[in-house]
Ligand binder design. Structure first.
Ligand code: SF4
Length: 289
């Protein structure tokens, strides 16, 4: 435990965040100074942040260009008849223009009721909850139960829109929305710390394929399936290292693997400078010999 804490702390402290920001989805909300813009752009970015960064970035750039200099104002004033065509031509894997239209219409109605995304999230949050899971369930339910009959005329939400809002109760890892929460809640850069009413201690680790591999390598999980249980297990083990801020290692772990600084296997050259080597399962047998 002590060795793992020291190794991860060193990675966290010494990681070159500036060098990797431009390859991370966080760069999109970072462009906006106004908290309202940052909040809505962060959510839209997280909704679309599946697949390769360079691929979803193209679609997201197009969507943001359509929303103008203030995406929050665009959403608040969104009028389906007037503005739906703004997303014509958008396409990214499961998603089509009508999914973005639905996002804007649902977010507009949510903001009219709650004022901010944070206030909506907090209406499902209880300080006694062990983590953000119950509030995230509520937050996604608000979007999934929005009145979108004018967008989806048959009364059924599209697959693409539902894909924006995975719910913890379905057992998936909900990585993109947990990433959104990390951005909004954590107080230290590169995260924004805009949602002061949520404690970073309640965050859950956004486990994508890179974090999953790194977590296995350093013994944070032995589970085979990336799901909500794995998220809970990884977070629990990280909370044993830093109960106040368990997900602080996320960016560095993810980018270490994504950048090729870790190949997910023993490699004498790539692993030579790695500070995690003393706790890495890929080197366990070598250490014993
Ligand atoms: S020692 Fe090698 S395999 Fe293990 S975490 Fe570091 S770079 Fe990855």
């Amino acid at each position: 435990m002590r060795r793992l804490r020291e190794s991860l702390e060193r990675l966290y402290r010494e990681f070159d965040y500036t060098a990797r920001i431009d390859r991370d989805a966080i760069r999109f909300p970072l462009r906006y100074q106004d908290p309202a813009d940052r909040e809505i752009v962060a959510l839209l970015t997280a909704c679309l942040a599946y697949g390769r960064v360079d691929l979803f970035s193209r679609g997201l750039e197009r969507a943001l260009a359509a929303m103008g200099p203030s995406p929050a104002r665009f959403v608040r004033e969104f009028d389906i008849d007037r503005d739906a065509r703004a997303f014509d031509g958008f396409i990214y894997r499961f998603n089509r223009p009508r999914d973005l239209v639905a996002f804007c219409a649902a977010a507009r109605d949510l903001l009219a009721v709650y004022g901010t995304l944070e206030a909506c999230f907090m209406s499902g949050y209880s300080p006694g909850d062990p983590h953000v899971g119950p509030a995230l369930e509520h937050f996604t339910r608000v979007f999934l139960s929005a009145d979108l009959k004018r967008v989806f005329s048959r009364g059924r939400l599209s697959r693409g829109y539902r894909h924006f809002f995975p719910q913890p109760s379905t057992g998936g890892p909900c990585k993109r929305l947990l990433l959104f929460l990390r951005w909004m809640v954590r107080r230290e850069a590169p995260d924004f710390g805009l949602w002061a009413s949520v404690s970073p201690a309640k965050l859950l680790m956004p486990v994508d394929t890179h974090v999953e591999n790194m977590s296995r390598a350093v013994g944070l999980t032995r589970r085979r399936t990336r799901n909500w249980r794995m998220v809970a297990e990884v977070t629990r083990r990280l909370a044993a290292l830093d109960p106040a801020d368990p997900v602080k290692y996320d960016f560095a772990l993810c980018h270490k693997r994504m950048s090729g600084d870790c190949l997910g296997r023993r490699d004498a050259v790539v692993c030579a400078p790695c500070g995690l080597r003393s706790v890495c399962s890929h080197w366990r047998h070598v250490r014993r010999t």
